[in-house]
Design a protein around this ligand. Sequence first.
Ligand code: C2E
Ligand code: CA
Ligand code: CA
Ligand code: CA
Length: 277
Amino acid sequence: RAKDSGGLPYRLFDRDLDRRIRHLYELETSLKKAVYRQEIEIHAQRFVAAATGDVVGAELLIRWRRPEGLVSPADFIPLAERCGAIVEITDWLMREAAATSQELNQALGRRIPLAVNVSPVEFSGTGLLERMETLLLLFPDASLEVEVTEGVFAGDKAMASDILGVLGAMGVPLAIDDFGTGYSSLSYLRDHPFTKLKIDRSFIIDAPTQPRHRNIVAATVALAHSLGLKVTAEGVETEEQAEVLRAMDVDYIQGYLFGKPQPIADFVAELRQDAEG
Ligand code: C2E
Ligand code: CA
Ligand code: CA
Ligand code: CA
């Protein structure tokens, strides 16, 4: 602390900063314990085939259960990435996902892929590959999908490319998430074995009313299809949006219109019930 920060504003600032740092430190400490304390919950949001409305998979979205309520991933993933807790969280999540997926596939007699969001942090070493290899051996009937954002290419690009290449060669379906919002580069699409492109909600919201938004969606769908990728539209909330997207040949739709994220056990139970009934 500066010796001559005698002015009141500085001292207030110092104290405030001090409090914030301590708060962050406490959050990090509890986040590191969150997995073994079983405070991380998995929610699942279905995606449906645009043409039929059939459930064809789900994205897994995590929440952190705290005494004061559920914490959104937007509020703790960045922290988890910074303090390294993300590695343990993803490790646990992928194992849960693989076990659940195998059980669900076997019960339904068809494959319902479960998509896991994997942070760019996981693309700086080989841990993810080893984990995936183990899971495929332990749960041969599981179907896991990996979603990454363009952020994976912000760090060690060569390493990230290699890891994506190996995942692709292992047969793991790879989705490029939030497409169009980051530093999108078409070379990323060209050079990696992505199987699916997810169009960000920001392009979907005004698609029914704004031709420019609609045209970007249409061009993205055409580009993706020409490269052999399937397309998911994210954040679809209205029937008007779904209608426009069907007309533009989008393959899958995800959004509140067809289902909000729900506890994964509820998602599994609903699918099993539908299959029986
Ligand atoms: P994302 O991967 O783009 O996930 C989609 C987000 O949109 C989710 O927010 C979902 O609840 C929300 N959403 C879905 N449909 C609609 C809709 O119709 N309208 C609106 N307004 N929103 C909709 P959520 O669950 O808060 O997750 C936020 C972000 O946190 C995710 O964005 C993802 O980047 C990250 N995240 C979530 N789970 C994980 C995880 O296990 N690992 C990592 N690394 N990141 C995760
Ligand atoms: Ca995602
Ligand atoms: Ca997304
Ligand atoms: Ca997003």
